[in-house]
Design a protein around this ligand. Structure first.
Ligand code: NAG
Ligand code: NAG
Ligand code: NAG
Ligand code: NAG
Ligand code: NAG
Ligand code: NAG
Ligand code: NAG
Ligand code: NAG
Ligand code: NAG
Ligand code: NAG
Ligand code: NAG
Ligand code: NAG
Length: 787
């Protein structure tokens, strides 16, 4: 008989070879066992001691249900243990709202937050979102998202996360975790890792395995793992493993990514939870590093009984699993619970959760005492409006069309301008309703990352309200089919002073985008409106990037990428259009000239869809780090609007580049004996150099600039090293004529590349190019840094 250890090793190391096919470039996922124990390092020591005392009192049956979700009032439920005064855990979607709740806020989506490039606002968004989860009795927010990162522009869930730039995503996920957890609520970073497309993200009932993201070690470290390291550094309680496979092995049973990269190399102290129904094995996934199975399989309508739960008791009793591993899983779950003070009293779950949950109450494993319905919105509308405007990027503004100077005769067009017409909740997965609706503004995408709107301020309503005091004429057509059919003929008097055209692009979990051109006949609609209107302002809502075939039409005088702003969408855009807010958003991605310019596509074809080869779905990340602007820069390809770009109603100037190297004779690699803190080797997070520059407002009004620092690592950093990598940014508000010094601290990790042979971050021996500017292609100040 195989020893239990060998038995699970055999089970866990899925390889291409077992399917009888060759896939030589990436091969298999190497086994990394055993699963590292929690140590409490990084400030969780006291909480770990409390968790140990708790675990010591649990029966075996209780232990198996501390790690296995059960039916209950929330999207995910760990059952209470009243005997031990443990309230259980209530896990709720998602990254922009407590998804299905009533009397809760719908915040700007991740991409909107990213477009603000504003650390303080992003952190405050985390605070206010988490306050709403807490108010509704949810200990765990299923968010924020840094996977997908946005490898392909067509990814259906890119909008839930921040940016395809790992550094920008890293900074913003860190701020979000700090903000959320400051309220005593746990963050759960999704989806770990390589979850870059929705198409075939799960295996089929016919036994075709999910897409395999085949990622080399260098790209893994320098791009996809990078923002997760920031989240771990910030002390995230939890990380959700993903549906896809990695090098042929499922995300929730991949010992290399879970035990190796996350718990060992990054020193992650919290728990790994599965995505919903992403657990395909019992013992194998537990040994590979998965700590919590969601939703658990028990009582979940239509789901098979859990491979965990009672099966874990059996596996322990028959010697397949060491009890110590189960104890470590519970310690990882309970340490953040104690660290955040969730044992010291937490609001009860709101009764409004019941009818919105997908479990039958009869199946609940425990009879919950639910509290009365609470309104958790507080004054969050202020931040939502502000961040919606801050995340709006002004792309074109010919002859200072914007800000508007109180025009009297205004046209408002497009199906995205109007209020909702098909309801306020667009779940749109598993035929649960919603979806790509025609008339109605798009302020949140679909799927588990959506939100239920208590109200929305549509752009049309906000424009009417804004001009009412000065009595402007507002004429509107919000049916695109009518506009496309020549339906603007009845406008009077013409010409209009300004036309504001609202276009949108839907995206949802469960599907990828098939085009990046805005939907609903947008190109025809633009032609129809501009034919009538020599002063057309186009506003884009929804998923991004969107490509703009009509951007050089002379009658399109201004373009705004307004993303997914949440419930105050109309007020946010009006604030920018009328100049109450000076736009300061910058693109957190690239807008290409043509959608065919994005060479990284979704893996998909009729042939694949019809294949009976269980291992047919393979996605080799052969471009390495060269995604988004790094792809375009490497190819010297022109783009419509580059990463980091965004106009203002004022102008700024940069000067006085200063480079300070703080460490002399720094060793090329971090000391292997340095402490592993959450986030990895502690020396990676030490500042080795700083770059300073002076930014000045040279225009006539106050505004915020976003100076950006890019580094060019020398050739020794390896093949496919990006021409430039973002490694610093700051947002700074300046009065006319005012100037200020910005300082970008550079940590060891920022200056290093991953050496796959030495398995460590390595500083180059030659100098690093330093570029400071206002976008990835507008680099005013250039210098060199030798560390
Ligand atoms: C995938 O395979 C590549 C190539 O062998 C290797 O560099 C990488 O570490 C593997 N990653 C995982 C998660 O197995
Ligand atoms: C984890 O701790 C247990 C004791 O609680 C020990 O038996 C086991 O070997 C440890 N595992 C690792 C990977 O250190
Ligand atoms: C163990 O898992 C199998 C397969 O899902 C299931 O049929 C069985 O009911 C489970 N047993 C227990 C005790 O949960
Ligand atoms: C022990 O129990 C687990 C879970 O039911 C099962 O998968 C495994 O085959 C069993 N092992 C032995 C040696 O009986
Ligand atoms: C039980 O937990 C509550 C908070 O949920 C706390 O107020 C109370 O003191 C605890 N009781 C015991 C016996 O620990
Ligand atoms: C919940 O309460 C009902 C009615 O009192 C009872 O029949 C049922 O067994 C209880 N369920 C649990 C899981 O305790
Ligand atoms: C912008 O202003 C210039 C100079 O006044 C004028 O020639 C040009 O036609 C204007 N362009 C638009 C689009 O209004
Ligand atoms: C995938 O391919 C099928 C069949 O060709 C097509 O209908 C579908 O739209 C494609 N999906 C995406 C996201 O490209
Ligand atoms: C585009 O416009 C035509 C009429 O011009 C209409 O028949 C068609 O349904 C429209 N398509 C969409 C997607 O709106
Ligand atoms: C721009 O507007 C003018 C004035 O309405 C019109 O004559 C012209 O045809 C328009 N151009 C385009 C490209 O639509
Ligand atoms: C985009 O590129 C495709 C393929 O080269 C071409 O057919 C199409 O006309 C281009 N679209 C635009 C708007 O330039
Ligand atoms: C891009 O341009 C740079 C500088 O002009 C040049 O050194 C490089 O070889 C070019 N790369 C490609 C792929 O053309």
């Amino acid at each position: 008989m195989l020893s239990p250890v060998l038995a699970w090793l055999t089970m866990a190391s899925t390889s291409y070879a077992q399917f009888g096919i060759e896939h030589t470039q990436y091969g298999t996922s190497p086994p990394v066992y055993p699963s590292p124990n929690i140590t409490g390092t990084g400030g969780w020591e006291t909480a770990l001691a409390k968790a140990k005392a708790f675990v010591a009192q649990l029966t075996l049956d209780e232990k198996t249900f501390m790690i296995t979700g059960v039916a209950g009032p929330c999207v995910g439920n760990i059952a209470p243990i009243p005997r031990l005064n443990f309230s259980g855990l209530c896990l709720q979607d998602g990254p922009l709202a407590i998804r299905q709740a009533v009397y809760a806020s719908v915040f700007p989506a991740g991409v909107t937050a990213a477009a603000s490039w504003d650390r303080a606002l992003v952190k405050q968004r985390g605070v206010e979102m988490a306050e709403e989860f807490k108010g509704k009795g949810s200990q765990v927010v299923l968010g924020p998202v840094v996977g997908p990162l946005g490898r392909t522009a067509f990814g259906g869930r890119n909008w839930e996360g921040f940016s395809p730039d790992a550094y920008l995503s890293g900074v913003l996920v860190e701020e979000t975790v700090l903000g959320m957890q400051s309220t005593g609520v746990q963050a759960c970073i999704k989806h770990y890792i390589g979850n870059e497309q929705e198409t075939m993200r799960n295996p089929t009932p016919a036994g075709i395995e999910a897409i395999s993201s085949n990622i080399d070690d260098k790209t893994m470290h320098e791009t996809y793992l990078w923002p997760f390291a920031n989240a771990v550094k910030a002390g995230t309680s939890s990380i959700m493993c993903s549906y896809n496979r990695l090098n042929g092995s499922y995300g929730c049973q991949n010992s290399k990514t879970l035990n190796g990269l996350l718990k060992d190399e990054l020193g992650f102290q919290g728990y790994v939870m599965s995505d919903w129904l992403a657990t395909h094995t019992g013992v194998a996934s537990i040994e590979a590093g998965l700590d919590m199975n969601m939703p658990g399989g028990i009582g979940f309508s239509g789901a098979p009984p859990s491979l965990w739960g009672g099966n874990v008791s059996i596996a322990i009793t028959n010697g397949s699993l060491p009890l110590e591993r189960i104890d470590d899983m519970i310690l990882r779950i309970m340490t953040p619970y104690y660290h955040l003070g969730q044992d010291l009293g937490f609001p009860v779950i709101d009764e409004s959760t019941i009818p919105l949950s997908f479990y039958n109450r009869a199946d609940w494993k425990y009879n919950y005492t639910l509290g009365p319905l609470v309104d958790v919105r507080a004054d969050h509308t202020t931040l939502i409006r502000e961040l919606g405007a801050a995340g709006t990027v002004l792309l074109k503004n010919v002859n200072n069309t914007l800000p508007l100077k109180n025009p009297k005769n205004i046209g408002v067009f497009g199906n995205d301008a109007a209020d909702f017409t098909t309801g306020q909740y667009s779940l749109s997965i598993s035929n649960l309703g919603g979806g790509d609706y025609d008339i109605g503004t798009l302020a949140a995408g679909g799927g588990s990352g959506t939100g239920r709107f208590t109200y929305v301020v549509s752009p049309l309503d906000a424009i009417k309200a804004r001009v009412q005091p000065y009595g402007a004429l507002v004429q509107y057509v919000t049916d695109n089919t009518q506009i496309a059919a020549g339906g603007l003929a009845l406008l009077a008097p013409t010409p209009l002073d300004v036309c504001i055209l609202f276009l949108k692009s839907w995206a949802t979990e469960g599907a990828d985008r098939t085009t990046l051109i805005p939907e609903w006949n947008s190109t025809i609609v633009v032609n129809e409106v501009t034919a009538q209107c020599a002063n057309t302002v186009v506003v884009l809502h929804g998923a991004s990037p969107q490509v703009l075939p009509w951007k050089d039409n002379p009658n399109v005088t201004a373009i705004l990428a307004a993303h997914l702003p949440g419930q105050e969408t109309g007020n946010s855009i009006v604030d920018v259009l009328w100049g109450d807010v000076n736009p300061s958003g910058k693109l957190p991605y690239t807008i290409a000239n043509n959608e065919t310019d994005y060479t990284i596509k979704i893996v998909n074809s009729t042939e694949l869809l019809e294949s009976t080869n269980p291992n047919a779905w393979q996605d080799d990340f052969t471009e390495g780090n060269l995604i988004d602007y790094k792809e375009f820069d490497a190819a010297n390809k022109s783009v419509a609007y580059e990463f980091g770009f965004g106009l203002s109603y004022t102008t700024f100037e940069l000067s006085e580049l200063k480079i300070h190297v703080l460490a002399t004779n720094a060793s090329r690699v971090p000391s292997p004996s340095a402490k592993i803190i959450p986030g990895g080797n502690e020396e990676l997070w030490q500042t080795l150099a700083t770059v300073c520059a002076v930014v000045k407002n040279t225009g006539a009004i106050q505004g915020a600039a976003v100076p950006q620092l890019y580094l060019s690592l020398p050739a020794e950093a390896g093949a496919k090293t990006p021409v430039r990598n973002l490694r610093g940014f700051d947002k700074i508000t300046l009065a006319p004529g005012q100037s200020s010094t910005v300082e970008f601290p550079l940590m060891r990790r920022d200056l290093s590349s991953w050496d796959v042979i030495a398995q460590t971050w390595t500083l180059p021996s030659s100098s690093i190019g330093v570029h400071v500017g206002f976008s990835s292609r507008d680099l005013k100040l250039n210098g060199e840094l030798l560390v």
